[in-house]
Design a binder for this molecule. Sequence first.
Ligand SMILES: *[C@@H]1O[C@H](CO)[C@@H](O)[C@H](O)[C@H]1NC(C)=O
Ligand SMILES: *[C@@H]1O[C@H](CO)[C@@H](O)[C@H](O)[C@H]1NC(C)=O
Length: 453
Amino acid sequence: MRSIALASVLAAAVNLVTVVASPTPTEPEQPHKRASLPAVTASGNAFWQGSTRFYIRGVDYQPGGSSAMKDPLADTTVCERDITEFKKLGINTIRVYMTDNSANHDTCMNALADAGVYLIVDVNNPLYSINRFAPGPSYNAKYLQSVFATIDEFVKYDNTLAFFSGNEVINDNVTSTLSARYVKATTRDMRQYISNRGYRKIPVGYSAADVSQNRMQLAQYMNCGSDEERSDFFAFNDYSWCNTNFATAGWGEKVKNFTGYGIPIFLSEYGCITNGRDFGEVKALMSDQMTSVYSGGLMYEYALEENGYGIVKIPSSDSATVEEQPEFAKFAKALSANPAPTGSGGFTSTTNSVPCPTKDANWLIDSTELPSLPDGAKDLMKTGAGAGPGLKGAGSQNAGTGDTGNATPSSAGSTATSSSKNSAGLTAGPLEKAPLIIAGLVCVLTMTGTLLL
Ligand SMILES: *[C@@H]1O[C@H](CO)[C@@H](O)[C@H](O)[C@H]1NC(C)=O
Ligand SMILES: *[C@@H]1O[C@H](CO)[C@@H](O)[C@H](O)[C@H]1NC(C)=O
Protein backbone atom coordinates (compact mmCIF):
# COMPACT_ATOMS: atom_id res chain seq x y z
CA MET A 1 0.00 0.00 0.00
CA ARG A 2 2.81 2.38 0.79
CA SER A 3 4.27 1.97 -2.64
CA ILE A 4 0.85 2.52 -4.23
CA ALA A 5 0.32 5.69 -2.24
CA LEU A 6 3.80 6.75 -3.17
CA ALA A 7 3.18 6.12 -6.85
CA SER A 8 0.19 8.43 -6.81
CA VAL A 9 2.17 11.05 -4.97
CA LEU A 10 4.95 10.77 -7.50
CA ALA A 11 2.49 10.97 -10.36
CA ALA A 12 1.08 14.13 -8.85
CA ALA A 13 4.58 15.44 -8.40
CA VAL A 14 5.27 15.33 -12.10
CA ASN A 15 2.60 17.96 -12.55
CA LEU A 16 3.53 19.90 -9.45
CA VAL A 17 7.23 20.39 -9.85
CA THR A 18 7.43 23.48 -11.94
CA VAL A 19 10.04 26.10 -11.39
CA VAL A 20 8.32 29.34 -10.62
CA ALA A 21 10.19 32.59 -10.28
CA SER A 22 8.38 33.94 -7.25
CA PRO A 23 6.47 32.40 -4.36
CA THR A 24 2.72 32.29 -4.07
CA PRO A 25 1.46 35.40 -2.33
CA THR A 26 1.24 35.24 1.44
CA GLU A 27 -0.71 37.49 3.75
CA PRO A 28 1.04 40.78 4.42
CA GLU A 29 2.71 40.74 7.82
CA GLN A 30 1.60 43.18 10.47
CA PRO A 31 4.20 45.67 11.61
CA HIS A 32 6.32 44.40 14.51
CA LYS A 33 8.34 46.35 16.97
CA ARG A 34 11.67 45.20 15.57
CA ALA A 35 12.33 45.14 11.88
CA SER A 36 15.92 43.98 11.85
CA LEU A 37 15.07 40.55 10.48
CA PRO A 38 12.02 39.95 8.30
CA ALA A 39 9.68 37.15 9.39
CA VAL A 40 10.08 33.91 7.45
CA THR A 41 6.95 32.44 5.90
CA ALA A 42 6.08 29.02 4.47
CA SER A 43 4.62 28.94 0.98
CA GLY A 44 4.42 25.99 -1.41
CA ASN A 45 7.01 23.46 -0.27
CA ALA A 46 9.54 26.12 0.76
CA PHE A 47 10.32 28.88 3.25
CA TRP A 48 10.64 32.53 2.25
CA GLN A 49 12.30 35.65 3.52
CA GLY A 50 10.24 38.17 1.61
CA SER A 51 10.42 36.94 -1.98
CA THR A 52 13.76 35.17 -1.49
CA ARG A 53 13.78 31.46 -0.81
CA PHE A 54 15.04 30.71 2.69
CA TYR A 55 17.21 27.69 3.50
CA ILE A 56 17.82 26.60 7.07
CA ARG A 57 21.57 26.64 7.71
CA GLY A 58 21.71 26.04 11.39
CA VAL A 59 22.66 24.17 14.52
CA ASP A 60 20.81 22.42 17.33
CA TYR A 61 21.47 24.33 20.52
CA GLN A 62 20.90 23.16 24.10
CA PRO A 63 24.01 23.48 26.27
CA GLY A 64 23.87 20.91 29.07
CA GLY A 65 21.28 18.79 27.25
CA SER A 66 17.82 18.24 28.64
CA SER A 67 18.97 17.01 32.02
CA ALA A 68 20.25 20.50 32.80
CA MET A 69 16.67 21.83 32.51
CA LYS A 70 18.09 25.22 31.51
CA ASP A 71 16.82 27.66 28.93
CA PRO A 72 19.85 29.12 27.13
CA LEU A 73 17.75 31.98 25.76
CA ALA A 74 16.76 33.17 29.23
CA ASP A 75 20.38 33.68 30.28
CA THR A 76 22.02 36.70 28.69
CA THR A 77 25.58 35.66 29.55
CA VAL A 78 25.07 32.27 27.95
CA CYS A 79 23.30 33.41 24.79
CA GLU A 80 25.62 36.34 24.12
CA ARG A 81 28.67 34.10 24.53
CA ASP A 82 27.25 31.63 22.03
CA ILE A 83 25.87 34.18 19.56
CA THR A 84 29.46 35.33 19.09
CA GLU A 85 30.23 31.77 17.95
CA PHE A 86 27.08 31.59 15.79
CA LYS A 87 28.33 34.65 13.90
CA LYS A 88 31.70 33.01 13.35
CA LEU A 89 29.96 29.93 11.97
CA GLY A 90 27.75 32.00 9.69
CA ILE A 91 24.55 30.15 10.56
CA ASN A 92 21.08 31.64 10.10
CA THR A 93 19.01 29.41 12.44
CA ILE A 94 19.21 27.68 15.80
CA ARG A 95 16.89 25.10 17.26
CA VAL A 96 16.32 25.12 21.02
CA TYR A 97 14.69 22.00 22.49
CA MET A 98 13.58 23.40 25.78
CA THR A 99 12.75 26.90 26.94
CA ASP A 100 11.24 28.46 30.05
CA ASN A 101 7.89 29.96 29.10
CA SER A 102 7.80 31.99 32.32
CA ALA A 103 11.09 33.78 31.52
CA ASN A 104 11.79 36.90 29.48
CA HIS A 105 13.60 36.36 26.19
CA ASP A 106 13.87 39.92 24.86
CA THR A 107 17.63 40.31 25.21
CA CYS A 108 18.62 36.98 23.66
CA MET A 109 16.02 37.07 20.90
CA ASN A 110 17.00 40.60 19.92
CA ALA A 111 20.69 39.69 20.01
CA LEU A 112 19.95 36.71 17.76
CA ALA A 113 18.04 38.98 15.37
CA ASP A 114 20.96 41.40 15.28
CA ALA A 115 23.18 38.43 14.35
CA GLY A 116 20.79 37.38 11.57
CA VAL A 117 19.74 34.21 13.40
CA TYR A 118 16.22 32.75 13.49
CA LEU A 119 14.85 30.41 16.17
CA ILE A 120 12.98 27.14 15.76
CA VAL A 121 11.66 26.29 19.18
CA ASP A 122 10.29 23.04 20.60
CA VAL A 123 7.23 23.59 22.77
CA ASN A 124 7.87 20.59 25.04
CA ASN A 125 10.10 19.77 27.98
CA PRO A 126 10.43 16.70 30.22
CA LEU A 127 7.66 17.96 32.52
CA TYR A 128 5.20 19.05 29.85
CA SER A 129 5.14 16.62 26.94
CA ILE A 130 3.30 13.69 25.35
CA ASN A 131 4.26 10.33 26.85
CA ARG A 132 4.86 7.98 23.94
CA PHE A 133 3.61 4.92 25.82
CA ALA A 134 0.69 6.60 27.61
CA PRO A 135 -0.21 9.36 25.18
CA GLY A 136 -3.90 9.67 26.12
CA PRO A 137 -3.45 10.83 29.71
CA SER A 138 -0.55 13.09 28.77
CA TYR A 139 -2.66 14.97 26.20
CA ASN A 140 -4.57 17.25 28.53
CA ALA A 141 -5.37 20.90 29.29
CA LYS A 142 -2.39 21.39 31.61
CA TYR A 143 -0.09 20.20 28.85
CA LEU A 144 -1.68 22.45 26.25
CA GLN A 145 -1.59 25.41 28.63
CA SER A 146 2.19 25.09 28.76
CA VAL A 147 2.41 24.61 24.98
CA PHE A 148 0.24 27.65 24.29
CA ALA A 149 2.17 29.76 26.82
CA THR A 150 5.35 28.94 24.88
CA ILE A 151 3.65 30.14 21.71
CA ASP A 152 2.59 33.36 23.48
CA GLU A 153 6.16 33.93 24.60
CA PHE A 154 7.89 33.45 21.24
CA VAL A 155 5.27 34.75 18.82
CA LYS A 156 6.37 38.27 19.76
CA TYR A 157 9.68 37.93 17.99
CA ASP A 158 9.98 38.33 14.23
CA ASN A 159 12.90 35.91 14.23
CA THR A 160 10.86 33.01 15.57
CA LEU A 161 10.83 30.87 12.43
CA ALA A 162 8.79 27.82 13.48
CA PHE A 163 7.51 25.69 16.34
CA PHE A 164 8.13 21.98 16.80
CA SER A 165 5.05 20.31 18.26
CA GLY A 166 7.13 17.28 19.23
CA ASN A 167 10.53 15.68 18.85
CA GLU A 168 11.06 11.94 18.42
CA VAL A 169 7.93 11.06 20.38
CA ILE A 170 7.48 8.18 17.96
CA ASN A 171 10.62 6.03 18.05
CA ASP A 172 11.74 2.56 16.95
CA ASN A 173 9.28 0.78 19.26
CA VAL A 174 6.19 0.13 17.15
CA THR A 175 3.87 0.74 20.13
CA SER A 176 4.99 4.37 20.07
CA THR A 177 3.38 4.87 16.63
CA LEU A 178 0.03 5.05 18.45
CA SER A 179 1.17 8.30 20.07
CA ALA A 180 1.28 9.97 16.64
CA ARG A 181 -2.46 10.71 16.96
CA TYR A 182 -1.76 12.86 20.01
CA VAL A 183 1.20 14.63 18.46
CA LYS A 184 -0.91 15.37 15.40
CA ALA A 185 -3.71 16.66 17.66
CA THR A 186 -1.19 18.91 19.43
CA THR A 187 0.00 20.26 16.06
CA ARG A 188 -3.63 20.93 15.10
CA ASP A 189 -4.31 22.67 18.42
CA MET A 190 -1.21 24.86 18.13
CA ARG A 191 -2.15 25.97 14.64
CA GLN A 192 -5.69 26.69 15.78
CA TYR A 193 -4.44 28.63 18.80
CA ILE A 194 -2.18 30.77 16.59
CA SER A 195 -5.13 31.44 14.32
CA ASN A 196 -7.65 32.10 17.12
CA ARG A 197 -5.30 34.54 18.82
CA GLY A 198 -4.74 36.43 15.57
CA TYR A 199 -1.01 35.77 15.65
CA ARG A 200 1.45 35.78 12.80
CA LYS A 201 1.19 32.45 11.00
CA ILE A 202 4.34 30.86 12.42
CA PRO A 203 4.72 27.39 10.87
CA VAL A 204 4.11 24.35 13.12
CA GLY A 205 5.46 20.87 12.44
CA TYR A 206 6.97 17.74 13.94
CA SER A 207 10.59 16.58 14.22
CA ALA A 208 10.82 12.83 13.59
CA ALA A 209 13.41 10.34 14.82
CA ASP A 210 15.74 8.63 12.35
CA VAL A 211 13.75 5.39 12.17
CA SER A 212 13.61 3.79 8.74
CA GLN A 213 10.68 1.46 9.47
CA ASN A 214 8.18 4.26 10.13
CA ARG A 215 9.68 7.41 8.57
CA MET A 216 7.43 7.42 5.51
CA GLN A 217 4.22 6.51 7.33
CA LEU A 218 4.83 9.20 9.93
CA ALA A 219 5.52 11.80 7.25
CA GLN A 220 2.37 10.79 5.37
CA TYR A 221 0.33 10.79 8.57
CA MET A 222 1.38 14.33 9.50
CA ASN A 223 0.36 15.64 6.08
CA CYS A 224 -2.88 13.73 5.47
CA GLY A 225 -6.47 14.70 6.17
CA SER A 226 -8.11 18.11 6.36
CA ASP A 227 -6.14 21.34 6.15
CA GLU A 228 -6.91 22.01 9.83
CA GLU A 229 -5.21 18.77 10.82
CA ARG A 230 -2.13 18.87 8.61
CA SER A 231 1.25 20.31 9.54
CA ASP A 232 2.83 23.38 8.00
CA PHE A 233 6.08 21.45 7.43
CA PHE A 234 7.77 18.15 8.29
CA ALA A 235 11.28 17.57 9.60
CA PHE A 236 13.27 14.48 10.42
CA ASN A 237 16.53 13.69 12.12
CA ASP A 238 19.06 11.97 9.91
CA TYR A 239 22.29 10.23 10.87
CA SER A 240 22.86 8.29 7.67
CA TRP A 241 25.66 10.45 6.21
CA CYS A 242 28.71 9.00 7.97
CA ASN A 243 31.45 10.97 6.22
CA THR A 244 30.52 9.44 2.88
CA ASN A 245 28.60 10.90 -0.04
CA PHE A 246 25.12 11.50 -1.40
CA ALA A 247 24.78 8.05 -2.97
CA THR A 248 26.24 5.99 -0.10
CA ALA A 249 24.20 7.91 2.46
CA GLY A 250 21.06 6.99 0.54
CA TRP A 251 19.93 10.57 0.32
CA GLY A 252 18.83 10.15 -3.28
CA GLU A 253 16.05 7.86 -2.10
CA LYS A 254 15.05 10.40 0.53
CA VAL A 255 14.70 13.02 -2.18
CA LYS A 256 12.73 10.66 -4.41
CA ASN A 257 10.46 9.48 -1.60
CA PHE A 258 9.56 13.00 -0.56
CA THR A 259 9.12 14.45 -4.03
CA GLY A 260 5.55 15.74 -4.24
CA TYR A 261 5.13 15.55 -0.45
CA GLY A 262 3.43 18.94 -0.58
CA ILE A 263 4.86 20.94 2.34
CA PRO A 264 8.36 22.14 3.27
CA ILE A 265 10.79 19.54 4.65
CA PHE A 266 14.15 19.95 6.32
CA LEU A 267 16.53 17.93 8.47
CA SER A 268 15.92 18.87 12.12
CA GLU A 269 19.14 17.08 13.11
CA TYR A 270 21.92 15.78 10.91
CA GLY A 271 25.48 14.76 11.57
CA CYS A 272 26.62 11.16 11.97
CA ILE A 273 29.96 11.18 13.82
CA THR A 274 31.11 7.71 12.76
CA ASN A 275 34.25 8.03 10.58
CA GLY A 276 34.83 11.63 11.67
CA ARG A 277 33.03 14.57 10.11
CA ASP A 278 33.68 16.77 7.12
CA PHE A 279 30.09 18.06 6.93
CA GLY A 280 29.60 17.01 3.32
CA GLU A 281 25.90 17.16 4.18
CA VAL A 282 25.99 20.94 3.75
CA LYS A 283 27.10 20.73 0.12
CA ALA A 284 24.36 18.20 -0.65
CA LEU A 285 21.65 20.19 1.13
CA MET A 286 22.56 23.36 -0.76
CA SER A 287 22.77 21.64 -4.14
CA ASP A 288 20.10 21.11 -6.77
CA GLN A 289 20.19 17.41 -5.89
CA MET A 290 18.06 18.35 -2.90
CA THR A 291 16.65 21.88 -3.05
CA SER A 292 13.48 21.00 -4.93
CA VAL A 293 12.39 18.99 -1.88
CA TYR A 294 14.52 20.03 1.12
CA SER A 295 14.99 23.44 2.70
CA GLY A 296 18.28 22.87 4.50
CA GLY A 297 18.93 21.49 7.94
CA LEU A 298 20.27 21.79 11.46
CA MET A 299 23.59 20.23 12.41
CA TYR A 300 23.46 18.26 15.67
CA GLU A 301 24.88 19.94 17.69
CA TYR A 302 26.57 23.07 19.02
CA ALA A 303 27.58 22.17 22.57
CA LEU A 304 29.77 19.14 23.26
CA GLU A 305 28.07 16.71 25.65
CA GLU A 306 28.92 13.16 26.64
CA ASN A 307 27.48 11.80 23.39
CA GLY A 308 30.30 13.50 21.47
CA TYR A 309 28.38 15.45 18.81
CA GLY A 310 29.17 19.02 19.85
CA ILE A 311 31.61 21.35 18.09
CA VAL A 312 32.20 23.64 21.05
CA LYS A 313 33.28 22.63 24.54
CA ILE A 314 31.80 24.69 27.33
CA PRO A 315 33.99 24.37 30.45
CA SER A 316 31.18 25.22 32.89
CA SER A 317 27.61 26.30 32.29
CA ASP A 318 28.23 29.96 33.16
CA SER A 319 31.63 30.10 31.51
CA ALA A 320 32.21 33.31 29.54
CA THR A 321 34.26 31.55 26.88
CA VAL A 322 34.04 28.30 24.95
CA GLU A 323 36.65 26.01 23.42
CA GLU A 324 36.09 25.47 19.72
CA GLN A 325 36.70 21.86 18.74
CA PRO A 326 38.39 21.01 15.39
CA GLU A 327 34.93 20.37 13.89
CA PHE A 328 33.96 23.98 14.52
CA ALA A 329 36.23 25.34 11.78
CA LYS A 330 35.29 22.45 9.47
CA PHE A 331 31.60 23.24 9.84
CA ALA A 332 32.18 26.98 9.32
CA LYS A 333 34.15 26.15 6.18
CA ALA A 334 31.44 23.85 4.85
CA LEU A 335 28.90 26.64 5.28
CA SER A 336 31.01 29.33 3.63
CA ALA A 337 32.00 27.04 0.75
CA ASN A 338 28.36 26.16 0.09
CA PRO A 339 26.20 29.29 0.27
CA ALA A 340 22.44 29.13 -0.05
CA PRO A 341 21.57 28.75 -3.73
CA THR A 342 20.19 31.76 -5.53
CA GLY A 343 16.93 31.39 -7.41
CA SER A 344 13.99 29.28 -6.39
CA GLY A 345 15.77 25.91 -6.15
CA GLY A 346 13.08 24.12 -8.14
CA PHE A 347 10.47 24.45 -5.39
CA THR A 348 6.80 23.58 -5.83
CA SER A 349 4.51 26.60 -5.61
CA THR A 350 1.42 24.83 -4.31
CA THR A 351 0.88 22.66 -1.25
CA ASN A 352 -0.95 19.35 -1.15
CA SER A 353 -1.91 16.61 1.25
CA VAL A 354 -0.95 12.96 0.77
CA PRO A 355 -2.96 9.79 1.47
CA CYS A 356 -2.99 8.62 5.08
CA PRO A 357 -0.90 5.49 5.75
CA THR A 358 -2.73 2.25 6.45
CA LYS A 359 -2.13 0.01 9.43
CA ASP A 360 0.61 -2.58 9.07
CA ALA A 361 3.28 -4.29 11.15
CA ASN A 362 5.25 -1.05 11.52
CA TRP A 363 2.36 1.38 11.84
CA LEU A 364 -0.43 0.65 14.30
CA ILE A 365 -2.85 3.53 13.67
CA ASP A 366 -5.97 2.38 11.78
CA SER A 367 -8.06 5.53 12.07
CA THR A 368 -7.91 8.99 10.56
CA GLU A 369 -9.76 10.49 13.52
CA LEU A 370 -7.85 12.60 16.01
CA PRO A 371 -8.56 13.03 19.71
CA SER A 372 -10.68 16.10 20.41
CA LEU A 373 -9.43 19.08 22.31
CA PRO A 374 -9.50 18.36 26.07
CA ASP A 375 -12.32 20.21 27.86
CA GLY A 376 -10.23 22.63 29.86
CA ALA A 377 -8.28 23.64 26.77
CA LYS A 378 -11.32 25.10 25.01
CA ASP A 379 -11.19 28.17 27.25
CA LEU A 380 -7.52 28.66 26.50
CA MET A 381 -8.41 28.92 22.83
CA LYS A 382 -10.73 31.83 23.64
CA THR A 383 -8.97 33.66 26.45
CA GLY A 384 -5.31 32.79 25.90
CA ALA A 385 -3.01 30.58 27.93
CA GLY A 386 -2.00 33.06 30.62
CA ALA A 387 1.25 32.67 32.57
CA GLY A 388 3.39 29.69 31.61
CA PRO A 389 4.46 27.13 34.24
CA GLY A 390 8.12 27.38 33.23
CA LEU A 391 10.49 24.52 33.94
CA LYS A 392 9.57 24.16 37.60
CA GLY A 393 5.86 23.41 37.36
CA ALA A 394 4.11 20.27 38.60
CA GLY A 395 4.21 18.71 35.13
CA SER A 396 1.32 17.49 33.05
CA GLN A 397 1.98 13.88 32.12
CA ASN A 398 -0.46 12.40 34.60
CA ALA A 399 -2.91 15.28 34.60
CA GLY A 400 -5.36 13.88 32.07
CA THR A 401 -8.11 11.32 32.22
CA GLY A 402 -6.92 9.49 29.15
CA ASP A 403 -9.50 9.82 26.40
CA THR A 404 -10.99 13.03 25.11
CA GLY A 405 -13.13 11.33 22.45
CA ASN A 406 -12.56 11.79 18.74
CA ALA A 407 -12.88 15.01 16.85
CA THR A 408 -14.75 15.17 13.57
CA PRO A 409 -12.07 15.66 10.92
CA SER A 410 -12.93 19.19 9.89
CA SER A 411 -13.70 20.56 13.33
CA ALA A 412 -10.09 21.13 14.35
CA GLY A 413 -10.70 19.53 17.68
CA SER A 414 -13.71 21.54 18.74
CA THR A 415 -16.30 18.77 18.74
CA ALA A 416 -16.14 15.44 20.48
CA THR A 417 -17.92 12.64 18.66
CA SER A 418 -17.53 9.98 21.30
CA SER A 419 -17.84 10.19 25.04
CA SER A 420 -14.81 10.38 27.26
CA LYS A 421 -13.62 7.27 29.03
CA ASN A 422 -11.92 7.62 32.32
CA SER A 423 -8.65 5.80 32.35
CA ALA A 424 -7.00 7.64 35.20
CA GLY A 425 -5.54 4.37 36.39
CA LEU A 426 -2.97 4.47 33.63
CA THR A 427 0.38 5.46 34.95
CA ALA A 428 2.73 7.56 32.90
CA GLY A 429 5.87 8.10 34.86
CA PRO A 430 8.92 9.58 33.20
CA LEU A 431 10.70 7.07 31.03
CA GLU A 432 14.34 6.27 31.23
CA LYS A 433 16.86 7.76 28.88
CA ALA A 434 16.84 5.05 26.24
CA PRO A 435 19.67 4.84 23.75
CA LEU A 436 18.22 4.51 20.28
CA ILE A 437 19.77 1.77 18.24
CA ILE A 438 19.38 2.86 14.69
CA ALA A 439 20.55 1.34 11.46
CA GLY A 440 23.31 -0.54 13.20
CA LEU A 441 24.67 2.58 14.86
CA VAL A 442 24.36 3.20 18.51
CA CYS A 443 23.43 6.83 18.65
CA VAL A 444 23.20 7.89 22.25
CA LEU A 445 21.14 11.00 21.87
CA THR A 446 21.10 11.98 25.47
CA MET A 447 19.04 15.02 24.86
CA THR A 448 16.29 13.68 22.71
CA GLY A 449 15.99 10.52 24.75
CA THR A 450 14.74 12.42 27.75
CA LEU A 451 13.09 15.33 26.08
CA LEU A 452 10.67 13.12 24.37
CA LEU A 453 9.61 10.77 27.08
C1 LIG B 1 7.93 -1.30 23.43
O1 LIG B 1 7.42 -0.59 24.51
C2 LIG B 1 6.51 -1.32 25.30
C3 LIG B 1 5.89 -0.38 26.32
O2 LIG B 1 6.88 0.22 27.11
C4 LIG B 1 7.22 -2.50 25.94
O3 LIG B 1 6.31 -3.28 26.69
C5 LIG B 1 7.84 -3.35 24.83
O4 LIG B 1 8.62 -4.37 25.40
C6 LIG B 1 8.70 -2.50 23.92
N1 LIG B 1 9.11 -3.30 22.78
C7 LIG B 1 10.38 -3.39 22.40
C8 LIG B 1 10.63 -4.22 21.19
O5 LIG B 1 11.29 -2.84 22.99
C1 LIG C 1 11.26 5.10 0.48
O1 LIG C 1 9.95 4.64 0.37
C2 LIG C 1 9.85 3.23 0.34
C3 LIG C 1 8.40 2.90 0.08
O2 LIG C 1 7.57 3.49 1.02
C4 LIG C 1 10.36 2.65 1.63
O3 LIG C 1 10.31 1.26 1.61
C5 LIG C 1 11.80 3.11 1.86
O4 LIG C 1 12.26 2.67 3.11
C6 LIG C 1 11.88 4.60 1.77
N1 LIG C 1 13.25 5.02 1.88
C7 LIG C 1 13.68 5.89 2.79
C8 LIG C 1 15.14 6.19 2.75
O5 LIG C 1 12.97 6.42 3.62
